[in-house]
Design a protein around this ligand. Structure first.
Ligand code: AMP
Ligand code: MG
Length: 396
C-alpha cells in the first residue's frame, strides 16, 4: 500500500509542473500592491521632470559670487511654474525643496548659509556651481524600463512606478479561492457544543495561511458528510474559482465523500496520497483552469499541507518565480527517532542556528503548531536523526 504513495519531493515537483499562471489583467495601480507584474513598464516622464531644488534656500547665478548683496526678486514654492522667472545680474529668488529652479539660476544656496535683510540677501558660504539642484532626469529618463515582467510590486516598487506616472498595469491577479469545509460533526464556535460535535477550526488555519500570501478573494462553503448534496455543490457552485481547497473527508472512512466527489470525469488527478506524516491522504487535481486540493481534516495535517503544497501553488498562479515555501537549514537539538519510513514534518522552534522539536506532534493537535515557527523536515530515508545533524526546516 505504502508503495503507491509518492514522495514529498515528487508531489512538490508535480505542483510546479502542473500549476500555470493566472491570465494577466489590466489593473489600476490602486489594486496592484503585492501583485506580480506581467509586462515591462516604461517611465512616462523624466524624473525629476524639471530642475528641482534639493534644499530650502535661494536660487542664484554662480557668476554673481563675490557680489556682497544680491537683490531678492521673489519666491518659488513647490508646485509653481517658474519657467518665466528671469534672474538678471545680481538677483536671487527664495526657493523651497522640490520647487522648479528658474532657467537663469544655476546654484541653490542653503538658507542656513544666507542672511536675509528685507529684499536683499548676503551669502556667507558659496557652495560649488550647480550645488543643491537635482538635474532633470537625474533618476529616470522618459521611456526607460522601470520594472520588468515577473517583478513583485512591493511597496518601494509600487511607489517608484506610481511616481513615474504609471496608473494602469498588467499584473497576475489574486486567485479566487473556495474553501470547502466538510464534516457533520463541526459546529460554529458561537454555539454551545452538542454531544459528539467539535468546533470547526480548519477554516481559520486555511484562510489565515492563504491571507499571509496576500489578501486573496475567498469564499467558504460548509458541507455535511452527505454525498448527493456535496456533489451538487461541486458541480454547480465552485466553477468560478481558480482554486478549491477541501478540508476533511478525503480519507478512507465510510463518510469520507470528497474522494468520491473528485472521482469525476471532469477532474484530472495529479496525485493522491503522499508518503508523509502528517497529511498522507492529500489530493491534488485539475478541472479545466481550476486547481483542486483536498486536505485531510486533522488540523495539523491540513495546515502542514497548506504551508508545504497549497501556498506554493497559489504563489505560482500569482506569477511568483520563487513560489516554494522558504526553508532554512538548522541543527537538531535532540536526536529524533522515526518509525514508519514516511517523511515527517515536525512542529519546531528555531533557537539561533539550532532547532527544538516540540512535544505534541499528533496530526489531530494544534497545540505545538501554535507555538512553532518552523517545521523540521525529515525525509524518512533513515530511522534516526542525530543531535547536531543539519536538517531542512520550512519557515512558517
Ligand atoms: P476527516 O479527514 O474528515 O476524517 O477528519 C479527520 C479529523 O479531523 C476528525 O477528527 C475531524 O473531526 C477533524 N476535523 C475535520 N475537519 C475539521 C475542521 N474543519 N475543524 C476541526 N477539526 C476537523
Ligand atoms: Mg470528516
Amino acid at each position: 500500500m505504502e508503495a503507491d504513495l509518492i514522495t514529498v519531493e515528487e508531489a512538490l515537483s508535480r505542483i510546479g509542473q502542473n500549476v500555470s499562471l493566472l491570465a494577466p489583467k489590466l489593473m489600476s495601480i490602486d489594486d496592484a500592491s503585492g501583485l506580480v507584474l506581467a509586462e515591462d513598464l516604461r517611465s512616462k516622464i523624466n524624473m525629476p521632470p524639471f530642475r528641482q531644488s534639493a534644499m530650502d534656500g535661494y536660487a542664484v547665478r554662480f557668476e554673481d559670487k563675490g557680489v556682497e548683496y544680491l537683490e531678492l526678486i521673489g519666491e518659488v514654492a513647490a508646485g509653481v511654474d517658474a519657467s518665466s522667472t528671469q534672474l538678471k545680474q545680481g538677483q536671487a529668488v527664495r526657493i523651497f525643496t522640490g520647487a522648479m529652479v528658474p532657467d537663469s539660476a544655476d546654484t541653490v544656496i542653503r538658507q542656513e548659509d544666507v542672511v536675509q535683510l528685507n529684499s536683499r540677501i548676503k551669502i556667507d558660504i558659496w557652495p560649488k556651481r550647480g550645488a543643491n539642484i537635482r538635474p532633470e532626469a537625474e533618476q529616470t529618463s522618459k521611456g526607460e524600463i522601470i520594472a520588468k515582467s515577473g517583478d513583485v510590486l512591493n511597496p518601494a516598487r509600487l511607489s517608484y512606478v506610481a511616481g513615474m506616472g504609471v496608473s494602469k498595469l498588467w499584473c497576475y491577479p489574486k486567485a479566487n479561492i473556495a474553501v470547502v469545509i466538510t464534516g457533520s460533526e463541526l459546529q460554529k464556535n458561537t454555539e454551545d457544543l452538542r454531544p459528539g460535535c467539535i468546533y470547526e477550526s480548519n477554516s481559520y488555519a486555511i484562510i489565515g495561511s492563504v491571507k499571509n500570501i496576500d489578501n486573496q478573494y475567498l469564499k467558504v462553503f460548509y458541507l455535511n458528510d452527505e454525498l448527493k448534496y456535496s456533489i451538487e455543490v461541486f458541480k454547480t457552485q465552485l466553477d468560478e474559482y481558480d482554486c478549491v481547497i477541501f478540508s476533511g473527508g478525503i480519507s478512507v472512512g465510510d463518510y469520507d465523500f470528497v474522494a468520491q466527489i473528485l472521482d469525476d470525469k471532469s477532474v484530472e488527478k495529479v496525485f493522491y496520497k503522499v508518503k508523509q506524516k502528517p497529511g498522507k491522504p492529500l489530493f491534488f487535481g485539475k478541472r479545466d483552469q481550476q486547481y483542486i486540493f483536498a486536505l485531510p481534516g486533522n488540523p495539523a495535517a491540513a495546515l502542514t499541507c497548506m504551508y508545504v503544497y497549497v501556498n506554493p501553488a497559489i504563489r505560482k498562479m500569482m506569477g511568483w518565480s520563487e513560489f516554494y515555501t522558504d526553508t532554512i537549514n538548522l541543527s537538531l537539538k535532540e536526536t529524533i527517532e522515526l518509525n514508519g519510513g514516511r517523511s515527517q514534518f515536525l512542529k519546531a522552534k528555531q533557537d539561533g542556528g539550532s532547532v527544538d522539536v516540540l512535544e505534541y506532534q499528533s496530526s489531530a493537535m494544534l497545540k505545538s503548531f501554535a507555538e512553532a515557527d518552523c517545521l523540521v523536515y525529515l525525509n524518512g530515508e533513515k530511522a534516526c536523526y542525530q543531535k547536531g545533524e543539519i536538517v531542512k526546516c520550512y519557515k512558517l
